[in-house]
Design a protein around this ligand. Structure first.
Ligand code: SF4
Ligand code: SF4
Length: 181
């Protein structure tokens, strides 16, 4: 039998609901909530380190012609944050977005396309243009300090790994190293 106290509690529920009105109203997540990982479109250089450490295999890196396509599949993500911890450039972060239910496949991922660089010798695509630019940016100061040529260095790194290991390329790399001391 329903007692008076229970009836009063039920009536109070009409005036002030005990549950939240989600999904009709968005609920702000708690501080530090780990939601969808998203790329920073300006910072990512397409190195793929985040995909190597993802335990859920939620990040894919695929080269298609002259483009590298990076994807984070939110439906596969375990929201562990390893991608964010690993990225050296703070280019992927767990956002506070938590709604991953969608009828649209494109909304279930964060996709980023980056231009690939072609080898100056054989023409095969081997890394992103951004990654090459980042390498130059990192060593520029020490190359200038030692009076070596940045252009020469650019030429050396514009070769793909197989072309870099050819005798004539190795000779050029060795000469450059000598200049760098
Ligand atoms: S998000 Fe970071 S680790 Fe992942 S590909 Fe971009 S730069 Fe590399
Ligand atoms: S948060 Fe974890 S599971 Fe999700 S994409 Fe990053 S590394 Fe993978």
């Amino acid at each position: 039998m329903v007692n008076l106290r229970t009836m009063l509690e039920s009536l109070k529920g009409f005036l002030k609901p005990s549950t939240v009105p989600y999904p009709y109203k968005e609920i702000p997540p708690a501080e530090g909530y780990r939601g969808k990982p998203l790329y920073d479109r300006d910072k990512c250089i397409g190195c793929g380190a985040c995909s190597q450490v993802c335990p859920a295999k939620a990040i894919t890196v695929v080269d298609q012609g002259s483009t590298r396509v990076l994807r984070v599949w939110h439906g596969h993500c375990a929201f562990c944050g390893r991608c964010e911890d690993t990225c050296p450039w703070e280019a992927i972060k767990l956002s506070r977005e938590y709604v991953i239910v969608t009828y649209n496949k494109e909304e279930a991922e964060d996709k980023l396309e980056l231009e690939l660089a072609a080898c100056a010798s054989c023409g095969s695509y081997f890394t992103t243009s951004r990654q090459l630019a980042k390498i130059v940016e990192l060593v520029e100061e020490s190359i200038n300090k030692r009076g070596a040529s940045l252009e020469e260095y650019r030429k050396l790194i514009s070769l793909c790994p197989p072309c870099r290991s050819r005798p004539e390329a190795l000779k050029e790399a060795f000469k450059f190293m000598l200049k760098m001391g």
